[in-house]
Design a protein around this ligand. Structure first.
Ligand code: ARG
Length: 276
């Protein structure tokens, strides 16, 4: 565990540096002027860039919308921090946003197989994922938290690792919570397609705790009685958009858009709207 944490920490520092070095001017006047096959021509004050998107004129975002406050359903509409950031990116690029909801562990495949332009899903940048996709600069941070039932005998992470501990751990399939927990606890980990299902298993007594990102953990606790988050949180993470390797013009456009949205306070105001 310690080894994984130090790798993540070192990696996070490098990523933070890249984000700083990558900072540039905010161009706010992008416009799509034409499109053919799967390309959209976007002009901005730096000139004209040809962006390749899966549907001309559209920016298709793959996500898993059971991750409040980043993406979740309000009626049949997907809302949340990532949905609003993607909307703001699409606007800057002169593209129309389309959100495609899928299992979290299908997002990278969707991006790589060309059914989505980017994955935006509170997705943590990890060395393994970087082998499969590129990541934009980071727009938010997360940590892993542990949810238990009120009155649970589990009071800290150490209770899970203690000799002879048999506690069952619920996670969302393919997430970093799943990866770290499986590494540490092996077959004591039960993975579920959505965080909601993991939390329902906790409520129903099928697992003893759920390991999931901190902000969704807070939302699950707020939306369900009798749950609490342990004080111990671990694994500092950077969230970023994933993009197919080699689509450098789209990656640059998304990076520039995020830099601009950080610089002009848009991302902060979106985050503040959802996280009090
Ligand atoms: N940050 C974690 C990861 O990247 C969990 C993300 C889950 N996101 C979601 N939209 N369900 O693995």
């Amino acid at each position: 565990m310690k080894k994984i944490l130090s790798i993540i920490l070192a990696f996070t520092m490098v990523l933070g540096l890249c984000a700083m070095v990558g900072c540039g001017d905010n161009k706010d006047d992008n416009k799509t002027t034409g499109s053919s096959s799967n390309t959209s021509t976007v002009s901005n004050s730096e000139g004209t860039a040809t962006l390749t998107t899966v549907t001309p004129g559209k920016l298709t975002m793959a996500t898993n919308a059971y991750f409040q406050p980043y993406e979740y359903y309000d009626g049949d509409k997907i809302v949340g921090i990532d949905a609003e950031i993607a909307e703001a990116i699409a606007k800057k690029l002169g593209l129309e946003l389309v959100i495609s909801d899928m299992a979290f562990d299908s997002i990278i495949t969707a991006v790589n197989q060309g059914s989505a332009d980017l994955g935006l899903a509170g997705m943590t940048v990890t060395p393994d994922r970087l082998k499969e996709v590129d990541f934009s600069i980071s727009y938010a941070k997360g940590v892993q938290s542990i949810i238990v039932k009120e009155g649970s005998k589990i009071t800290s992470y150490d209770d899970l690792t203690a000799d002879g501990a048999k506690y069952k751990i619920g996670v969302q399939l393919g997430t970093t919570g799943d990866i770290y927990a499986s590494d540490e606890f092996g077959d004591r980990v039960n993975s579920f397609t959505t965080g909601n299902e993991a939390v329902n298993a906790l409520i129903g007594g099928d697992v003893d705790c759920v390991i999931i990102d901190n902000e969704p953990a807070k939302a699950f606790v707020a939306n369900n009685q009798g749950l609490k988050i342990l004080e111990t949180s671990y694994a500092d993470e950077d969230y970023a958009a994933c993009i197919k390797k080699g689509n450098t013009s789209l990656k640059k456009a998304i990076d520039d858009a995020i830099v601009g949205l950080i610089a002009d306070g848009t991302i902060k105001s979106i985050v503040d709207k959802y996280i009090k």
